[in-house]
Design a protein around this ligand. Structure first.
Ligand code: SF4
Length: 325
């Protein structure tokens, strides 16, 4: 059975019920040994310089991936660049499969979209719900890792990011992934707490910058809330699959996200927020809404290509952490 490429989180239960292997192209890009070269390869193929680095990297990853049967094209609720990305993939001979999150969170429309995806893959609600039971068990364990991050100080900001972001595709093999999660939880039972670091929230799309979390820890701060990554875990764990993807905040408007962020700021006693935005991303506009809404210190940070933090960003982070001390 082939691989199905994902550019963002979708109802992955459908893909797994169909016996296919979901592959989050973002995770493949950022964990590759040469993500910067993949971005450059897309520019060589003709992608403009002033387009988001993630999009360019995804284009190269999709073209390089073996056994790729198709890519799910999320035409609404993710990225304004997806249309053109999918068109260029189609031109390269890659099958695209459409899926859309309704902007107004309409339940019937979302159900229809999920059922269209199920019809494409030829799976029933019974099969999809059986997979959901399996995934929910793993999601609960990953949510436990998240809890051990902010309540006990046992998990680094990067580890928190990595386990949660992996729940978009369960690393293509949920059985293996669950074993990895179990091993990590076991390891945590012997780990000393690092409570006492400045508690930060990270909001926005996952960073293309490779050493942000580690750098923060070297200067005495830790991310104890990864907003979008936590959403990939489906923290509400609704019984009903459609309800689950309605409660998932990322694909809908920013105000639902802000409500979730405000709740977590209070719960996790955050001292400040890093709002990460990607160069050339339409979501940069939302920074002004974030700044007007949230009532705690915010550092807006921008990343472009996969690389380490540049000197200017490090200086700005240092100054921000000094203010919070
Ligand atoms: S960072 Fe923005 S432009 Fe880039 S893929 Fe994500 S949503 Fe699209």
């Amino acid at each position: 059975m082939g691989k199905i490429g994902l550019t963002t989180t979708i109802p992955v239960e459908v893909i797994l019920a169909a016996g296919r292997t979901p592959v989050d192209l973002n995770n493949i890009l950022i964990s590759s040994t040469n993500p910067g070269e993949k971005v450059e390869a897309a520019e060589v193929a003709g992608y403009p310089r002033n387009v988001c680095g993630w999009i360019k990297g995804l284009y190269t990853v999709a073209n390089e991936l073996e056994d790729l049967e198709g890519v799910i094209a999320v035409t609404q609720g993710d990225c304004s660049n997806t249309h053109a990305l999918m068109e260029t993939l189609e031109l390269a001979g890659i099958q695209t499969i459409p899926f859309a999150y309704p902007y107004d969170r309409d339940r019937d429309l979302l159900k229809l979209q999920i059922e269209k995806l199920m019809a494409y893959f030829g799976v029933s609600w019974k099969q999809v719900n059986e997979i959901k039971q399996e995934l929910d068990r793993i999601r609960r364990k990953v949510l436990q890792i998240d809890r051990l991050t902010w309540e006990m100080g046992l998990v680094s900001g990067f580890e928190n990011h990595l386990f949660q972001v992996s729940c978009s595709d369960f690393e293509g093999d949920w059985v293996k992934f669950e074993r990895k999660v179990d091993r990590f939880l076991e390891e945590l039972s012997e780990r000393p707490s690092s409570a006492g670091l400045i508690r930060l929230g990270y909001i926005g799309v996952p960073p293309i910058v490779l050493d942000l979390y580690d750098y923060l820890e070297t200067i005495g701060a830790r991310v104890v809330f990864n907003e979008v990554q936590r959403q990939f875990v489906m923290p509400h764990l609704a019984e009903d699959l459609v309800e689950q993807y309605l409660l998932y905040t990322y694909p809908y408007n920013i105000f639902g996200r802000l409500k979730d962020i405000e709740e977590q700021i209070r719960l996790r006693r955050l001292a400040g927020i890093i709002h990460y935005t990607q160069s050339f991303c339409f979501r940069q506009i939302e920074d002004l809404i974030v700044r007007k809404t949230l009532e705690l210190p915010i550092l807006s940070l921008e990343g472009d290509k996969p690389s380490r933090l540049d000197a200017r960003s490090r200086l700005r982070i240092d100054a921000f952490i000094d203010i919070l001390r």
